[in-house]
Design a protein around this ligand. Sequence first.
Ligand code: DC
Length: 216
Amino acid sequence: MKEVFRVAIDGPSGAGKSTIAKSVAKKLNIDYIDTGAMYRAVGYKMNREGIPFEECDQLKSMLDATDIDFVSGDIILDGEIVNNLIRTSEVSQLASKCSALPMVREKLVEIQRGMGARKSVIMDGRDICTNVLKDAEYKFFLTASAEERAERRHKELIEKGEVITFEEVLRDIENRDHNDMTRALNPLRKAEDATEIDSTGMNIEQVTEAILKEIK
Ligand code: DC
């Protein structure tokens, strides 16, 4: 194995990318970068500050004044830990909306490339294999059926105390799949050189092992 290497994982919402990426990062002792959390943080901030979800001067100034980083697994937005604030179903939709804006993508992709430049990382998102880390040593496309993804997400949200039905979560997931796959800029798609893993019916250990097998 090379001393510094990058692992890129793309896939639709709820496919288990972050759970798997965290588990692989731990096994390989490398940093994990959750790019979805970065779009969530921007969507959350735009909403909080009343910035319109379109390309405008206000958005540009806000992005110029935005700082996003990961410290010990926490996502820090302008000095504040926002882990829990960005994990609501409302922020999921805001993240999907803001991720279609070129200004937002340009800013976040630049930060992400910087994070993956000098050390070994595992990064997950929608455009990591196809755009952010095109030259990553290891690439994966992780998917699962929409129903299974909705079931997983529904369980997570209920555990956190949100009042939401399975049907609503399934609709949200299908809505986001559509937005993420049809946006003009860097839409979600499997890179030609990525290994596809369909995790329907698989548990965390099985998916982690499938990835580690390709890397070692
Ligand atoms: O993985 P997630 O559900 O936390 O991502 C939130 C949203 O961010 C998702 O709807 C699509 C967008 N996203 C993106 O466009 N590009 C990425 N690399 C990661 C996420």
